[in-house]
Design a protein around this ligand. Structure first.
Ligand code: HEM
Length: 542
């Protein structure tokens, strides 16, 4: 299939009946493809038999080549340098000073790691670009390389199609489990090897797992620039799984957890209701104990539940007692008679499966109660920190994607005789994006570090306010970056797909981040209320 051509040979294929083009010294047969080329047939015919690299890069991104290479490439030019044979040497040994630290022992080293990625300033976190950081070591770099390769090969080329189809193939979700990524998203829980047959991710031993490994899984998956994809893969699981793992009875966990960590079964969190939104203390979905005391009978509705339509299990907030927060319990409801799920059409995150759920006389064994009866409010509150940190990581990577896409575009698009990047007004936009991304990211790393060294209750009390404030900071940053990147792309980010496609999609996802998990308004207010409460207790002199 892969042939070596001379430029003269390719030049002979310049007619509609046999049409070749050269891009970066590779030869593509576009004879049949020309009819379906979104940019038109004639434009391809005009460069038939020639080197069209310059024109190609003017109109497309790398993802197009990645997607079409396997189908269209027939060979390369004889002038193309052969790739050097890969050395047989195994992976570089970790640098001595960068040894992996266990999650309980704070890391003191500040070793700069090898540069990684495209090195566009501010498009990746600074530790990717050989800057020093005390939070990451070689095990993080290894995991980063592993996740990135998977996302670039198996996910990125297909995200547009999946998003339009409003689904992600089941195999991708299963791979999340098989690769050990799902089990790594459990927040303050240690990597739960007792439910994974002792396995962890290929590049990190379980005993070295820490919150920064979890952070970078979410961060790297978010590079695919789709809130729908990220929520599909980790949205329901990442918030529905931890309460089961932390508060489920041993027999329940032994039966259910292995299947969900392997990606064979799916779980989500069902709290929000049509009438009371996320005002948890007011929720009405009721669970009444049966006369024989063996079951709860659940009746009620849940709305905007991420992943609900595909889920086997629902970690559900129910009312088992009187009014207010003291009457709320958490119950693991299994799909079965009386559980109905219907997809909701939303502005953004299309492939996340936003769902309306009805529970009608659903019989749930009392063994499925998580924690104690009427003590569910605390479980929900602890879970919020983990949920919000996930949202923050995603928003900040999406902000970087907007920035990066716009930066690449500004280096090729010319207006008024200059590249966009040569206009001060455009550089100003990048500067405003970068300063917000980097400030928010530094705050995030600081929060991750605090979560890692504090116990869960201390973290819930002390960090709840700051994490809420950072959630608002990150959604505002995301909205700003989506807007500014869109202005830089102009019409190209107003239409779906193509060069501005990532920005267009992310712009549509903005509200899905600014509203759920605590709206910006509620988060900002909470950030001050909570901080004042904690610091009053600590003895703040006001
Ligand atoms: C291997 C060869 C090529 C493939 C696989 C290809 C594929 C595509 C695809 C998938 C699109 C849709 C837009 C997107 O998703 O980015 C597109 C648009 C386009 N292509 Fe190509 N293309 C090829 C070569 C070329 C060449 C050589 C030219 C120019 C001489 C060209 C000009 C365009 C134009 C003008 C558009 C429309 C851009 C827009 O909507 O703004 N393409 N192409």
């Amino acid at each position: 299939m892969s042939k070596v051509f001379s430029a003269e040979e390719v030049a002979g294929h310049n007619k509609a009946e046999s049409l070749y083009v050269i891009v970066d010294q590779d030869v593509y047969d576009v004879t049949t493809f020309a009819d379906e080329h979104p940019g038109g047939k004639k434009i391809l015919q005009r460069v038939g038999g020639k080197d069209a690299s310059k024109q190609f890069w003017k109109y497309h991104n790398e993802s197009i080549l990645k997607k079409y290479k396997p189908k269209l490439q027939v060979g390369s030019l004889n002038t193309k340098p052969q790739p050097a044979a890969k050395p047989a040497a195994p992976k570089a040994a970790p640098k001595p000073a960068a040894k992996a630290a266990s999650s309980s022992e704070p890391k003191q080293e500040s070793e700069a790691l090898e540069p990684f990625g495209d090195l566009i300033p501010y498009a990746d976190p600074h530790w990717y670009q050989s800057y020093h950081s005390q939070y990451y070591n070689q095990s993080h770099a290894d995991l980063r390389a592993e996740v990135r390769e998977w996302v670039e090969e198996k996910i990125m080329p297909f995200v547009d199609e999946w998003e339009e189809a409003k689904m992600i193939p089941t195999e991708i979700y299963k791979e999340m489990g098989q690769r050990g990524y799902l089990a790594g998203l459990m927040g303050s829980e240690k990597y739960p090897t007792q439910y994974t047959g002792g396995k962890c991710c290929a590049s990190v031993p379980a005993e070295n797992w820490d919150l920064f490994h979890e952070l970078l899984i979410t961060d790297e998956i978010s590079r695919a620039a789709s809130g729908g994809l990220v929520w599909n893969l980790i949205g329901g699981f990442g918030i529905g799984g931890p309460p089961l793992l932390k508060y489920g009875k041993p027999a329940l966990k032994d039966r259910i957890v292995p299947g969900i960590l392997a990606g064979d079964k799916r779980i989500c969190l069902a709290i929000t209701e049509p009438d009371v939104g996320s005002d948890v203390a007011q929720l009405t979905c009721e669970a009444k104990l049966s006369e024989d005391g063996k079951h709860y009978i659940v009746n009620g509705e849940k709305k905007w539940i991420t992943n609900g339509i595909w889920c086997d299990y629902f970690t559900t907030a129910v009312r088992t007692g009187g009014k207010g927060m003291g009457g709320v319990s958490m119950l693991l409801i299994e799909r079965g008679p009386g559980v109905t799920t219907r997809r909701m059409d939303c502005q953004g995150v299309w492939s996340s499966g936003t769902t309306y759920i009805t529970f009608e006389d659903v019989k749930v064994p009392v063994e499925n109660l998580l924690g104690k009866e009427n003590k569910g409010f605390n479980i929900i509150m602890t879970n919020f920190n983990h949920e919000r940190i996930g949202i923050i990581i995603q928003c900040l990577r999406f902000s970087r994607v907007c920035y990066e896409e716009a930066m690449k575009f500004a280096h090729k698009r010319k207006t008024f005789g200059k590249k966009l990047i040569e206009h001060p007004v455009i550089r100003l936009k990048f500067a405003h994006m970068a300063r917000q991304i980097e400030a928010s990211w530094a705050w995030l790393e600081q929060m991750m570090y605090q979560c890692q060294v504090m116990g869960e209750t201390e973290a819930m009390l002390k960090l709840g306010g700051a994490i809420a404030g950072l959630k608002a900071q990150s959604t505002v940053t995301f909205e700003f970056c989506a807007r500014e990147a869109s202005q830089i792309f102009g019409g190209l980010s107003y239409t779906r797909g193509g060069q501005g496609g990532k920005v267009e999609r992310l712009y549509r996802d903005v509200r899905a981040y600014a509203i759920p998990g605590g709206s910006e308004e509620i988060m900002l207010d909470l950030s001050i209320r909570q901080a004042l409460k904690v610091h009053e207790f600590m003895g703040a002199k006001l």
